[in-house]
Design a protein around this ligand. Structure first.
Ligand SMILES: *[C@@H]1O[C@H](CO)[C@@H](O)[C@H](O)[C@H]1NC(C)=O
Ligand SMILES: *[C@@H]1O[C@H](CO)[C@@H](O)[C@H](O)[C@H]1NC(C)=O
Length: 371
């Protein structure tokens, strides 16, 4: 069968399944269509034949199930080969112009795709990531409705969006815990390092009275698009859902240490005498795109800044921090030790939480400094 005809068949099947699934939901019966659509997707793309249960694949799967279970996330598609993830990512690329037709200008494609992944999890009735439509309100006017409301979420094969869901859940929990353990009088500054189009900082600043400030540091091209997205979100939400406070958006190249240092020096500008502040850095899938050795330099800077301002700080991360060579062959325990010693060498000595997830940004955890 030629490729074009195959695509048509998949399209028709999706439409058919969407229709049946809506009907099913309407009649009040819950069914796991995801199982069938993913099986179908695998069969259509020929990957069932790749699934011969060899040991490498099954080790990965056990690890996935383990972390999924701990986080309360439904796991990614069992035994999905890497090339299937790559193909899905490419297909998503091809769909972007359609999804963002007539939308505000947003240019960073990868960050945009991650945002769509988050949006899918954020409206999934079976997910703990549901966020009262904060992410939904970041999405384009017309496509958000048919992608996120019309098509049942259970139809999307659990590939990238499931993977992103792991880290969203993990980071949300780490941040909540860091906030909860601090004395009530301590004011919190949330700093998203290369947060892309993520809405977390805005949501927390608007909803959590403990968070007094939120900063986002990213490349100029991302910041421009983000500003447009956040302004639209504010306009949408303030009509019906209550006030929105926007974070401080700062364009900075994270590879440029001097520029980052200048930004960090501005942190205490709203701090009154006698107040205690605590900075929580959130790092999500960004360090792996920086120069070799840069993560350590940045962590050192964060530490220096905390010391200079007489504050404590935490870093919550889901990323790939160590150089990627040999990383495939490391056990979870070895991986933990590598990350721990990286932080240790930058002066961050308390590794509080740790987990490994599948995918590129697989090292997740939380570190702290205090006196
Ligand atoms: C298992 O899969 C990996 C990667 O997909 C491959 O390198 C390896 O040779 C396979 N092992 C066996 C026994 O088939
Ligand atoms: C830093 O943390 C330590 C230990 O939790 C605490 O005793 C100290 O008061 C904190 N200092 C500031 C400035 O928050």
């Amino acid at each position: 069968m030629d490729f074009r005809r195959l695509k048509l068949v998949i399209l028709l099947l999706t439409v058919f399944l969407t229709a049946t699934s809506s009907w099913r939901t309407a009649t009040g019966r819950v069914s796991n269509f995801n199982y069938w659509t993913t099986k179908l997707f695998l069969a259509a793309t020929g990957s069932l034949s790749h699934n011969n249960g060899n040991t490498t694949a099954s080790t990965t799967t056990t690890q996935r199930k383990h972390v999924a279970l701990l986080l309360g996330v439904r796991p990614t598609l069992t035994n999905a080969p890497k090339w299937l993830f790559r193909r899905a990512w490419k297909l998503h690329n091809a769909l972007l112009p359609l999804l963002h037709w007539n939308d505000v200008t947003v240019e960073n494609k990868n960050a945009l795709k991650v945002l769509w992944c988050k949006a899918i999890a954020s409206v999934d009735p079976q997910s703990v990531c549901q966020d009262d439509e904060w992410t939904y309100d970041m999405m384009p006017d017309y496509s958000r409705w048919w992608i996120l409301k019309l098509i049942p979420i259970s139809l999307y094969p659990r590939l990238h969006h499931a993977n992103v869901e792991y880290r969203t859940v993990f980071l949300n929990r780490c941040i909540q815990q860091e906030i909860a353990r601090l004395p009530a009088a301590t004011k919190i500054r949330l700093v998203a390092i290369g947060g892309g189009y993520d809405v977390r900082a805005t949501r927390m600043l608007s909803q959590n009275p403990r968070v007094h400030e939120a900063w986002e540091l990213d490349l100029p091209v991302v910041i421009d698009g983000k500003r447009a997205l956040l302004e639209r979100l504010k306009e949408r939400r303030e009509k019906t859902k209550g006030p929105v406070q926007l974070p401080e958006l700062l364009s900075v190249d994270l590879n440029d240490l001097d520029a980052v240092r200048d930004v960090l020096a501005e942190f205490p500008r709203n701090k009154q005498k006698g107040e205690t502040w605590h900075t929580i850095y959130v790092i999500e899938g960004v360090m792996m795109f920086l120069n070799d050795g840069q993560p350590k330099e940045l962590f050192q800077l964060f530490r220096e800044a905390a010391r200079a301002h007489g504050e404590n700080a935490s870093i919550c991360f889901a990323d790939h921090l160590t150089s990627s060579e040999n990383s495939e062959s490391l056990t979870d325990e070895e991986e933990r030790e590598t990350v721990k010693s990286l932080f240790g060498s930058a002066g961050w000595n308390h590794l509080i939480h740790w987990a490994v997830k599948p995918g590129k940004a697989k090292q997740m955890g939380c570190v702290r400094i205090h006196d």
